[in-house]
Design a protein around this ligand. Structure first.
Ligand code: IPM
Ligand code: MN
Length: 353
C-alpha cells in the first residue's frame, strides 16, 4: 500500500516522540513492503511562533491531501499563564478536528500486566480493565457559542440529533466487535443536551438488539471507573465528559504515556497520543514514545493492516518485557532508557521480527 502521511509534531515533547513514531512507521512499512511519503507541517505554539496561526492553511492543505495524520501534541506554558492571549496552541488542535470533520475520538483504555504496579488502583481492581471510550469530538461546549466578558462568561453545550446519532453508531459498531456492551454517559438528570443524548440513544439502541445498553450519569461513571473499571466495554459520551474521563482512564492503567487514540470522521483521520506536550520534559529525551508508537499501530489497523498493527503491538510488549523503559515506568533499580533508545529498540525489533 502507498500512504501519504502528514506529520504534525507540535510542541513540548512532540518533536521527540514524533521522530520515534515515524521510525516505527517506516520500519513496519519496510517489513511489509509499503511505501510511505511523509510531509511535515506546523501546528500549535510552533505554528504561532512561525506564522501567527496555530493551524495554518498550509497545514490544513497538507492534512487534506494526506491519507492520515500522525499528530503528537500541542501546548506551551507561555500561553497557559496568560489569560489575555488571543491565540492559543490548543485552538490549532480544535481547528484541525473541526476542519477535518473528526467527530469520533476513539480512546482505548488498556492495562499492561507488567505495569499494573504503577496504577494508583489496587492490582485486582485494575487487572483486566479493557474498554474503549468513544468521545464526541466536534460538538458541545468546546465549539458552542461563547461569551467572554469581564463580569460574565459562558460556553454553550449544544448538540444536534444528527451529531448524537452518528457518534452512537460508531460506538455500537465497536461494541459489535467487542463484548457487546455500550454505556452511554451523560448528565440527563440536569442537562437538556444530555436528555437529547439519552432519547436518541434509546432509539438507536433498538437497531442493535445484540448489544446491551446502559445509561450512567457522568459523576457516577467517574466513580465506577475507579471502583470497577472492568464493568465497561464501550463507553460513549459528549466532548467535555469524554475529555475528563479519558484522562482518568489513562492514569488508572499506570502511565499516561502509553495510550494512543484515533480521531475519525469525514476527513483525513488523525492518530495521536492521549497525553499532552509535557513542556518540562522538552529536549530531555525522557518522554515515553509508546503512546505515539501505538498510535502508529492504530493507523495501520485503520487501513485494515492488522498484521502490521500487531507487529507493532508485539514489539511494544517485548520492549516492556525486556525492561527497555523510559524512567516513569522503569522498575526499581532498572536501567532507564531515553525516548530515542526505546523507539530505536522497537524499530530494530520490528526489523528483525
Ligand atoms: C485532548 C486535549 C485537548 C482537548 C486540548 C489540548 C484542547 O486535552 O485531546 O484531550 O481538550 O480535547
Ligand atoms: Mn484532554
Amino acid at each position: 500500500m502507498k500512504l501519504n502521511i502528514a506529520v504534525l509534531a507540535g510542541d513540548g515533547i512532540g518533536p521527540e516522540i514524533s521522530v520515534e513514531g515515524v521510525k516505527v512507521l517506516t520500519a513496519t512499512a519496510q517489513k511489509f513492503g509499503h511505501e510511505i511519503n511523509y510531509t511535515s507541517a506546523l501546528v500549535g505554539a510552533a505554528a504561532i511562533d512561525e506564522v501567527g496561526d496555530p493551524f495554518p492553511q498550509e497545514t490544513f492543505d497538507i492534512c487534506t491531501n494526506a491519507d492520515a495524520v500522525l499528530f503528537s501534541c500541542v501546548g506551551d506554558p507561555k500561553f497557559d499563564n496568560n489569560p489575555n492571549a488571543t491565540v492559543r496552541p490548543e485552538q490549532g488542535l480544535l481547528a484541525m478536528r473541526k476542519k477535518l470533520g473528526l467527530f469520533a475520538n476513539i480512546r482505548p483504555i488498556q492495562t499492561f500486566d507488567c505495569l499494573i504496579h504503577k496504577s494508583p488502583l489496587k492490582d485486582d481492581i485494575v487487572r483486566g480493565a479493557d474498554f474503549i471510550c468513544i468521545r464526541e469530538l466536534t460538538g458541545g461546549m468546546y465549539f458552542g457559542e461563547k461569551c467572554e466578558g469581564e463580569e460574565m462568561a459562558y460556553d454553550t453545550n449544544k448538540y444536534t440529533r444528527a451529531e448524537v446519532e452518528r457518534i452512537l453508531h460508531v460506538a455500537y459498531k465497536y461494541a459489535m466487535q467487542r463484548r457487546r456492551h455500550v454505556t452511554v454517559v451523560d448528565k440527563a438528570n440536569v442537562l437538556a443536551s444530555s436528555r437529547l443524548w439519552r432519547k436518541v440513544a434509546q432509539e438507536i439502541s433498538q437497531q442493535y438488539p445484540e448489544v446491551t445498553t446502559d445509561y450512567m450519569y457522568v459523576d457516577n461513571a467517574s466513580m465506577r471507573m475507579i471502583q470497577d473499571p472492568g464493568f465497561f466495554d464501550v463507553m460513549v459520551t459528549e466532548n467535555t465528559f469524554g475529555d475528563i474521563l479519558t484522562d482518568e482512564g489513562s492514569c488508572i492503567t499506570g502511565s499516561m504515556g502509553l495510550l494512543p487514540s484515533a480521531s475519525t470522521g469525514t476527513g483525513t483521520p488523525v492518530f495521536e497520543p492521549i497525553h499532552g506536550s509535557w513542556p518540562q520534559a522538552k529536549g530531555l529525551n525522557i518522554a515515553n514514545p509508546l503512546a505515539q508508537i501505538l498510535s502508529v499501530a492504530m493507523l495501520y489497523e485503520y487501513f485494515g493492516l492488522e498484521k502490521e498493527g500487531k507487529t507493532i503491538r508485539d514489539a511494544v510488549d517485548a520492549s516492556l518485557a525486556a525492561n527497555i523503559r523510559t524512567p516513569e515506568i522503569q522498575v526499581a533499580g532498572g536501567e532507564k532508557y531515553g525516548t530515542k533508545e526505546v523507539g530505536q529498540w522497537i524499530a530494530d525489533y520490528i526489523n528483525k521480527a
